[in-house]
Design a protein around this ligand. Structure first.
Ligand code: MF3
Ligand code: CO
Ligand code: CO
Length: 278
């Protein structure tokens, strides 16, 4: 990378990281992804979201890392666990919307989102899990959401724009007659959790900031089977679909390279999707 670009912040407020910084992101991303690999065996009917978060908390600690979400804006857990029509930011141990407790049931679809800090670098990733045997339309939602993230990642290369990423995702999802959530977006990250830019999962080609080598951000599309509108529950965190239809999400932390993209949160065990081997 051009030395003069190091540590630079673009006119859009986006930091350009050094090649050596990517090594830090690689380590943080690897741990976050490894924890999501290791939680897979515990996600089954009967487990509580509180128990899953407890296991994740222990794994973060055992790795000598820190959770980015504990203490973040008052949030108190090492993960967000979002079940069925919860779009994101489901609180472990909280009542699953529509239920009286936090017990996972057969046919539930579950997003688990973990962000860890390793040597000051943030690794942020989430993926979808299924309990028991989900309904075919739920499986299809998960597949489309995963593929939408990968379409977005394919649009990452120097010279493309953030609008190109959003367009790739939106076009793919809407062709499948599903909808892209507008109320939450991806974000720059690195030595901080949430930084510019807002990475929208919809948009028009050629719009928005231009991607440059050294940028680091998440792409984390939320896709709904019904309408895109969301609502925040009185706990001030849990976001649900207004129409109570299912929602899914996948998230990777990525960096822009000279050739295109590096994914920092690839699953070491190859369990990003599907989360459980057949
Ligand atoms: N990991 C989430 C993201 O993808 C943020 C969670 S913030 C929390 O940006 F406080 F809800 F945990
Ligand atoms: Co994120
Ligand atoms: Co996340």
């Amino acid at each position: 990378m051009d030395e003069r670009n190091r540590g630079r912040v673009t006119k859009d407020g986006i930091r350009i990281y050094e090649v050596s910084d990517f090594a830090g992101m690689r380590k943080a991303g690897h741990l976050a992804a490894q924890i999501l690999d290791e939680i897979a065996e515990y996600v089954e009917p009967g487990v509580t979201t509180a128990r899953l978060d407890e296991i994740i908390t222990n794994k973060v600690e055992a790795a000598g890392a820190k959770s980015a979400t504990i203490g973040y804006k008052g949030y108190q857990h090492a993960s967000c666990i979002s079940v069925n029509h919860v779009v994101c930011h489901g609180i472990p141990g909280g009542k699953i919307p529509g239920r009286s407790n936090d017990v996972i049931l057969d046919q539930d679809i579950i997003n688990i989102d973990v962000t860890v800090i390793v040597d000051g670098w943030y690794g942020d990733t989430s993926r979808m899990y299924v309990a028991g045997t989900p309904k075919p339309f739920a499986e299809r939602l998960i597949q489309v959401t995963h593929d939408a993230l990968m379409k977005g990642i394919e649009a990452v290369k120097p010279g493309n724009t953030f609008g190109d990423i959003g367009f790739a995702i939106q076009q793919f999802v809407e062709a499948e007659r599903m909808s892209v959530v507008r109320d939450f977006c991806g974000h720059g990250l690195g030595r901080v959790f949430h930084a510019p830019p807002n990475v929208l999962h919809y948009g028009r080609p050629g719009t928005g900031a231009t991607l440059e080598e050294g940028m680091i951000f998440t792409i984390e599309p939320m896709v709904n089977l019904g309408r895109p509108e969301t609502r925040i529950l009185p706990d001030d965190w849990t976001a649900i679909t207004r129409d109570k239809k299912l929602s899914a999400q996948f998230e990777h932390s990525v960096g822009v390279t000279a050739e295109g993209v590096e994914i920092f949160t690839l699953s070491p065990a190859g369990l990003f999707h599907p989360t459980k081997p057949a």
